[in-house]
Design a protein around this ligand. Structure first.
Ligand SMILES: [Zn+2]
Length: 207
């Protein structure tokens, strides 16, 4: 089949192109462990590792906000930071922490727990504030909705009071009919009400 032949051709072409791509001896190597986890001190944007810099294969963290169009408006420089510098700083810090933990384990545990619980408290406080604001907003909306419903309700009633008698008159549903044949009068009045409801519904939706 022609379709299958074309798919095979495309597949072969893709394989050929992939085969031509120049690869680094060890591929891309391991992923940089902190890419997307460092934040720019100038703009707060995420920093990602880029592995090329004018042809030199040096892994560098750069601010992702810098390249956002128009370039340089969100963050004024790209901030190239060599990955190995970051990693050695982090590992020095980890070593210092490990030393400290060995030196006074009880105090270390206490400090870590204190920091964690204060972070949690701050987070809980933030969430509570957000919740209170959301509740207030919700009750405000509820009031608005209630007022709106009340208005629609009143408008509907007013229109029904006008339209039903008019329809009854037009359809000959008279006091005489009510006296002579009450069942028929009720049936015809109900029909008028149903028709009036349709009219009011239409007015409310499309006016
Ligand atoms: Zn930045």
């Amino acid at each position: 089949m022609e379709g299958d032949g074309r798919a095979q051709q495309t597949f072969d072409l893709v394989q050929k192109i992939r085969g031509n791509v120049r690869r680094y001896p060890d591929g891309w190597g391991e992923a940089a462990p902190l890419t997307g986890l460092l934040y720019c001190a100038d703009c707060g944007g995420k920093m990602y590792v880029h592995r090329t810099n004018n042809g030199k294969r040096i892994s560098q963290y750069t601010c992702s906000q810098y390249i956002k169009v128009p370039c340089g408006t969100l963050c004024k420089t790209q901030h190239r930071i060599n990955e190995d510098v970051v990693l050695s700083l982090v590992s020095e810090m980890l070593k210092a922490i490990a030393e400290y933990a060995k030196y006074d384990r009880a105090e270390f545990v206490r400090v870590v727990q204190e920091v964690q619980s204060s972070q949690q408290t701050t987070e809980v406080k933030k969430q509570r504030t957000r919740l209170a604001a959301a509740r207030q907003r919700a009750s405000g909306l509820e009031v608005l909705l209630f007022e709106h419903c009340a208005k629609i309700d009143e408008a509907t009633r007013n229109r029904m009071e006008l339209i039903v008698p008019e329809l009854a008159k037009r359809n000959g549903v008279t006091e005489q009919l009510k006296a002579e044949n009450q069942m028929e009068w009720v049936r015809q009045m109900n029909a008028c009400k149903a028709q009036a409801e349709e009219i009011v519904k239409f007015e409310l939706i499309y006016d």
